[in-house]
Design a protein around this ligand. Structure first.
Ligand code: SF4
Length: 252
C-alpha cells in the first residue's frame, strides 16, 4: 500500500541546485503568477521529474494536489510524516486516497519509537517541549528524506498564517537546499473546498467536527466557528508551526 522510509541518518544531498539559479527561480515564480495550480504543477513536473515529490499532511490542500498530480503524472510519489501520533481518521483517509486516486505514498518516520522517546526525553514530550518533539518526529526525518530529491511540492497557502503570506509559487528552500513548489499559494480556503466538492474527493471527517487544521492528536484541538483555523494546533502554546516550512526561502 505504501513504501516505508525510516530515517537512517544518511548524509546529505545527492543534488545541488546545479541547473537553476535563485534568480531564475524567482523569475519563474513571477512568470507563473496567475497560472492555475495545474499549470504550476505541470511546470514543476516537467522541469524536475522524477526528482520531485509531493508532501502531504492529509489536509484538504494535499487532497486537491494529489488529485491534480494523479491526472498529470500519476507515478509521482507523495510522502507523509508518520509521527505514530496521527488520528485514526487520517490513516483511513490515506487508505481511501490509495483506493480512489492510486496515490503512491511513502511513509517517512523516525527510527525512535514513542517508548524510546519517552525513555530518553520523558513522557509526553509534546507537552514539555513540543519543538523538540516536532524536530525528532517531523523535521529531521523529512530533511533526510528530501535530501534525495531536487524539488518538493507543498500545499501551503499565503492566507494560512503570517509566516506563509509571502510564499512564492516557486522558491529556493534554503533549509533543504532544493526547489519548493507551492501551487496553491494564491488559492483561498474556499477555492480548495470548492474543488473537493466539485470532484467529490475524500477528506478527513474531522473537518466536519470543528477541526479545520489537523496534525498529531496530542497537539490538535477543535476550534469554535469563526476562530483562526490554525488556532487548534498547539493550543495554549506559542508554537504555530512544526518547523518544516519556517525558514526563509529566498537566499542560498
Ligand atoms: S505535532 Fe505534537 S505530537 Fe506531533 S511531532 Fe509535533 S509536538 Fe510531537
Amino acid at each position: 500500500m505504501y513504501t516505508q522510509y525510516i530515517n537512517q541518518q544518511n548524509p546529505y544531498s545527492l543534488y545541488d541546485l546545479a541547473d537553476w539559479t535563485v534568480k531564475q527561480l524567482q523569475q519563474a515564480s513571477a512568470d507563473l503568477e496567475g497560472s492555475s495550480p495545474q499549470g504550476i504543477l505541470r511546470w514543476g513536473l516537467e522541469n524536475f521529474a522524477p526528482d520531485i515529490v509531493q508532501a502531504t499532511g492529509f489536509g484538504p490542500e494535499g487532497v486537491v494536489l494529489m488529485h491534480m498530480v494523479s491526472e498529470i503524472r500519476p507515478e509521482t510519489k507523495v510522502f507523509y510524516l508518520d509521527t505514530s501520533l496521527l488520528f485514526a481518521e487520517t490513516y483511513a483517509l490515506r487508505d481511501e486516497l490509495v483506493r480512489r486516486l492510486g496515490v503512491r505514498f511513502e511513509r517517512v518516520t523516525t527510527n525512535l519509537s514513542l517508548q524510546q522517546q519517552a525513555d530518553q526525553y520523558g513522557e509526553a514530550l509534546w507537552k514539555s517541549d513540543p519543538d523538540s518533539c516536532c524536530y525528532i518526529r517531523k523535521v529531521t526525518p523529512q530533511r533526510e528524506y528530501l535530501s534525495h530529491y531536487r524539488a518538493w511540492i507543498t500545499g501551503i497557502r499565503r492566507d494560512q498564517t503570517i509566516f506563509r503570506a509571502n510564499a512564492g509559487l516557486v522558491e529556493w528552500d534554503t533549509t533543504n537546499k532544493m526547489v519548493k513548489l507551492n501551487p496553491l499559494a494564491a488559492w483561498t480556503n474556499q477555492q480548495v473546498w470548492d474543488y473537493i466538492r466539485e470532484y467529490d474527493l475524500p477528506y478527513n471527517p474531522l473537518h466536519d467536527n470543528g477541526f479545520p487544521s489537523i496534525g498529531c492528536w496530542p497537539c490538535t484541538k477543535a476550534v469554535k466557528p469563526g476562530d483562526d483555523p490554525r488556532s487548534g494546533r498547539w493550543s495554549g502554546q506559542e508554537k504555530t508551526e512544526c518547523g518544516i516550512h519556517l525558514k526563509p526561502d529566498y537566499e542560498i
